[in-house]
Design a protein around this ligand. Sequence first.
Ligand SMILES: Nc1nc2c(c(=O)[nH]1)N[C@H]1C(S)=C(S)[C@@H](COP(=O)(O)OP(=O)(O)OC[C@H]3O[C@@H](n4cnc5c(N)ncnc54)[C@H](O)[C@@H]3O)O[C@H]1N2
Ligand code: MOO
Length: 391
Amino acid sequence: MPPEPAHDLPAAESLAIWLEACRAAGCPERTPAEVVPLNRAVGRVTAEPVLARRSSPAYDAAAMDGIAVHAAQATAGAVLTDFVVVDTGDPMPTGYDAVVMREDVTFVDDKAEVGKAAEPGKHVRPVGEDVREGETLLPAGLRLQPWDVAAAAAAGHENLTVHQAPRVAIVPTGDEIRPLGSRLEPGDILDTNSLMLAAQAEELGCRTRILDIVPDEPPQLLAAMRDAAATSDLVLFIAGSSKGRGDHTADVVAAAGALAVHGVAVRPGHPVVLGVAGRTPVLGAPGYPVSAALTFEVFAAPMIAALMNTAPPRRAVVEARLATGLNSTESSEDWIRVQLSSDGDDLVATPLTRRAGVLTSLVRADGIVVLPAGTPGPGAGDRVPVRLLRT
Ligand SMILES: Nc1nc2c(c(=O)[nH]1)N[C@H]1C(S)=C(S)[C@@H](COP(=O)(O)OP(=O)(O)OC[C@H]3O[C@@H](n4cnc5c(N)ncnc54)[C@H](O)[C@@H]3O)O[C@H]1N2
Ligand code: MOO
C-alpha cells in the first residue's frame, strides 16, 4: 500500500512534502546548464558565477569633457601650457592625472586658464572602477536583468551559462472544456486556465506546451499524464482535484507515480494535488480559475525556481488599512484579493469576493491579504500587509 497522502497541512509544509517526494522519486533537482548569447539571456538564471574577463573601464578614462592636466600644476587661476583636450570616455593621456571640466577652463591662444583647482584623480575613471578583471560579477542562481547582461558584456562576455528553461506541460481536463475560439453549447467552458497557467510559467522563464484537452476518463487521463511527464520538467494537470464524479486527478497521479499531498489548508486552492509522475513533479491545479492561478503562485512558482536554483520573484508588500473586517476560516489560510485606494497618505484595502470561480476578482485586485487560519480576523481600520499583484 502506498503511504497516505498529506492532507490539509499549511502551504509551506505541503510544499516541503512535495519537494521531498520528488527527491525520493529521483526527479532531477535542477535543469541542466546551457550556453546562451547575451541578447537571449535576460530572464534566465545563471548556472555558475560569472567572473569578469576584463576590467571596465579597461583604461584610466576621462570622466568629463575638458582638459587633462597634471594636478600639481592645476591650481585655481593657473595658466597652463601643458594640457591635452579630452572628451568624456577618452583614455587619459600618459602622465596626466586629472581633468578640469570644460566649464572651468578659459582658452587664451594656446594656453588654458584653470578656473577651479584639480586634485589627482579628479574627473578620472580609474581602470576597473566598474568591475576588475577576475572579480565575481554575477553569482550563480541570479535571474538576469537587462543591466546584468550589459555588465557581462562590458566585462568581456558574449555568452552566459544559464539553467535550461524548465519545460512545463499543461494538461487541461474535463468533458465540458473546449479549446479557446470554440463555438460553445450550454455547459461548455473555455479552456482559459491553460492560457493563464502557460503565461504564468512563461513569466518565470519556462517553455510551455499545452496538450489536448483530456476527457474525464481515467485511462485517457493516465495516458496523458504519462505523456506529459515523459517530456517535461513539471506537469500542470488542470481540474478533477475534488470529489465530483469526473474528479480523478489524485488517483491518476498515484497510478503514474506517487501522490504526496491531496488538499492543503489554503483557500482558494484547497483540493490541490501534489505528486510525481515517473520522475516529473505534477501539480494538480483545481479547476476554478482563481484556485488554479493561486496554486501556481504557492506551489509551482517555488518548484520552478528550485529547478533553476533560484528563489521565486518576491512580491512587494505594502501596508494598508482594511475598509471592512475579515473573518478567518477555522482550518485554512485565506488568500483574499483586495483593491487598493488612497486616503491621504494612507492606503485602503477593500476586500473583493472570495469565490474561486470569479476570475475578475484577480483582474480587479491590486494585491492579496493572507489571513492565517483560525485567528480572529482583522477588523475594519486594522492595518494589514498586502502582497502586490500589480506595481
Ligand atoms: N463536494 C465538494 N465539491 C467541491 C469541493 C469539495 O470539497 N467538495 N471543493 C470545491 C473547491 S474548493 C474547488 S477549488 C473545486 C475544484 O474543482 P476540481 O479541481 O475538481 O475541478 P472541476 O470540478 O473539474 O472544475 C471546477 C470548475 O473549474 C472549471 N474549469 C475546469 N478546467 C478549466 C479550464 N481548463 N479552464 C477554465 N475553467 C476550468 C470547471 O468547468 C468548473 O466550473 O471544486 C469544488 N467542489
Ligand atoms: O479551495 Mo477552492 O480552491 O475554494 O476554491
